[in-house]
Write a protein that binds this ligand. Structure first.
Ligand SMILES: NC(=O)c1ccc[n+]([C@@H]2O[C@H](COP(=O)([O-])OP(=O)(O)OC[C@H]3O[C@@H](n4cnc5c(N)ncnc54)[C@H](O)[C@@H]3O)[C@@H](O)[C@H]2O)c1
Ligand SMILES: [Fe+2]
Length: 372
């Protein structure tokens, strides 16, 4: 067997750690920063609190960040960074905010637009960045990817580059206590999707498998409690650890079928990211287990009898946390045209080619049809 695994991001984890932001920034030479935060963080006063904790190291706040950030969002944040003379970026929020911040870091350093990045301009440089997630979640705080959307064309595309790996991830589970149940459900199932997708990837390796199995076990054990009781500190902390650990796993493997099948559901039908991934997650996991039988062994490490038991639990968890189970429930018209469009978009997605299932359009269609 040959494999390699690497991830340059240092993680600092702990309830209340946010108050040490100035020390963490100091240690990593981060100063003259632009804070990129979503409107929620500004509205509830969190962005101001972060600015205070940075003790003068944050120059200004940019909050033009929509869920599933657009190229325009990146351009607006980059403009603010240039005007402020920012030399580093603090990313605060869910995946949307962190991805917008990472793209902004590249756009400023490379003097280019968000659209150029979305169209595939290689990421050669970026301002140094610290990522502070407020959802559990995307794991974007330890990844080299960012997902950008173009509403005009319904495109949702992941861009990658070593320069946008954050220098440091500051993970404080207290920041997730305010996440409402529906967002807890969708972001939490995304953690499970990252873990299982990592196992289904052609780039799976012993390190990513170990991280993914650990993350999935924690998420399966804690998501329902975090959903029902958002103030449960233990469940929130475990979900934050699971999210981060899954992030380390898929930072090397990439994501696979469930993510490829999600993008158009989010871009065109506005289904939240994790909920969209969850629609087909169990079916891709079962398909991969046929090709990669060790997935059943990983299922046992997660506390299940086999891959089929994992798939069954995913369906139960979706039902228990109010996630939609069918395309009809998600508002997708029952037409051949709508179905063909979904299949084409998924087949064209880079992460589909990353799936061990040897994916064909027939398999993608079969999977979507069984979720009609
Ligand atoms: N870069 C990656 O590796 C990666 C991986 C998976 C997903 N993504 C992308 O990340 C985005 C989704 O990110 P997300 O699922 O974290 O959701 P999000 O960032 O879009 O946030 C969802 C909603 O929750 C709110 N919110 C965030 N934190 C909150 C808090 N602490 N309290 C209350 N409300 C809060 C936000 O304001 C927003 O309205 C998508 O664009 C997806 O494609 C990126
Ligand atoms: Fe995801």
């Amino acid at each position: 067997m040959n494999y390699s695994y690497g991830n340059p991001v240092k993680v600092v984890f702990g309830a209340g750690k946010l108050s040490q932001l100035a020390e963490v920034m100091e240690e990593h030479g981060l100063d003259h920063a632009l804070l990129v935060a979503d409107p929620f963080s500004v509205r509830c006063g969190l962005a101001d609190r972060v600015k205070e904790y940075a003790k003068g190291r944050i120059l200004d706040i940019a909050s033009d960040v929509e869920p599933n950030p657009t190229c325009d969002n990146v351009d607006a944040c980059a403009k603010k960074a240039r005007e402020a003379g920012a030399r580093s970026i603090v990313a605060l929020g869910g995946g949307s905010s962190m991805d917008c911040a990472k793209s902004t870091a590249a756009a400023v350093a490379m003097d280019c637009s968000g659209m150029e990045l979305l169209k595939g301009k290689p990421i050669t440089e970026a301002l140094p960045l610290i990522a502070i997630p407020t959802t559990a979640g995307t794991g974007s705080e330890v990844g080299w990817g960012a997902v950008l959307s173009n509403h005009a064309t319904n495109e949702k595309i992941a861009i990658f580059g070593n320069p946008i790996f954050p220098k440091i991830a500051l993970v404080d589970p207290e920041l997730t206590y305010t996440v409402p149940p529906a967002v807890t459900a969708s972001t939490g199932i995304d953690v499970i999707a990252h873990s299982l997708d990592a196992m289904c990837s052609v780039r799976h390796n012993p390190v990513s498998d170990a991280l993914a199995a650990y993350a999935a076990k924690l998420a399966f054990e804690n998501l329902e409690t975090a959903y029902r009781d958002g103030a449960n500190a233990k469940a929130r902390a475990n979900m934050a650890i699971a999210s981060n650990t899954a992030g380390y796993a898929f930072s090397n493997t990439g994501t696979t079928g469930s993510h490829a099948c999600s993008y158009l559901l989010t871009a065109k039908y506005r289904i939240p990211h994790g909920e969209a991934c969850a629609l087909t997650l169990d079916l891709w996991f079962l398909a991969a287990a046929q090709v990669r039988p060790e997935i059943n062994e990983l299922a046992r490490m997660m506390g299940f009898a086999d891959a089929a038991a994992v798939a069954k639990r995913i369906a139960e968890l979706k039902r228990a946390t109010g996630l939609r189970m069918t395309l009809t429930g998600m508002g997708v018209p029952q037409t051949q045209e709508a179905m063909d469009e979904l299949v084409e978009a998924a087949a064209a997605s880079g992460n589909m080619k990353n799936d061990v299932s040897g994916v064909s359009k027939e398999l993608i269609a079969r999977i979507y049809v069984s979720r009609r």
